[in-house]
Write a protein that binds this ligand. Structure first.
Ligand code: HEM
Length: 155
């Protein structure tokens, strides 16, 4: 079948479906979606399609905040560079299988930028991030920042 460029929301939906068709069964990252995140695909697909429709086609269907669920996931199972590499490989394959053109190229470039930014941001989280849990009384554990006060004993 001849490939055309990504031009409609339906194209974004097809792309995302194709990607998840690969990702969920992938031996390297499938478990992150299925076992760790226990992804509700029906709820998730329209969100992801909206993300791409907004990025690639200038729609305003996605409200933002894409990083947050990845930080949640990272808390349960560390997202490493290799996981992002694999994600990107599957994404590139899915794009190339279905589409061809400048917007398809943009879809691959943008995914690289986002993957890099997510990964860097996850690395930048405090080192004890993985072990932070809400306290039993519901309050979050806090760390004091800033210079020591005059009452502090010398370190
Ligand atoms: C190792 C790599 C990645 C894994 C394992 C992963 C997995 C996930 C999971 C489990 C969710 C949460 C679904 C939910 O709870 O509803 C999610 C959401 C999402 N992901 Fe990823 N992801 C990865 C990389 C990326 C990259 C590189 C992009 C963008 C290029 C991306 C875009 C999104 C978007 C837009 C959402 C929806 C956020 C929302 O609900 O508003 N992900 N991802």
């Amino acid at each position: 079948m001849e490939r055309h460029d990504i031009a409609t929301r339906q194209d974004c939906e097809r792309l995302v479906e194709r990607f998840y068709g690969r990702a969920l069964h992938d031996p390297f990252i499938g478990w992150l979606f299925v076992d760790v995140a226990q992804l509700d695909l029906e709820a998730h697909l329209p969100q992801i399609a909206s993300f791409w429709e907004t990025i690639l086609l200038g729609a305003k269907s996605y409200g933002g905040g894409a990083f947050h669920p990845h930080a949640q996931l990272h808390r349960k199972a560390e997202l490493k560079a290799g996981h992002f590499d694999r994600w990107l490989a599957l994404w590139r394959e899915s794009v190339d299988e279905l589409f061809e053109g400048p917007v398809a190229e943009q879809a691959k470039d943008h995914a690289h930028r986002v993957a890099y930014a997510f990964h860097r941001r996850l690395q930048g989280l405090p080192p004890d991030f993985l072990s932070i849990r809400p306290r039993e009384d519901g309050a979050l554990p806090v760390t004091r920042h800033g210079p020591p006060s005059v009452q502090d004993p010398p370190a």
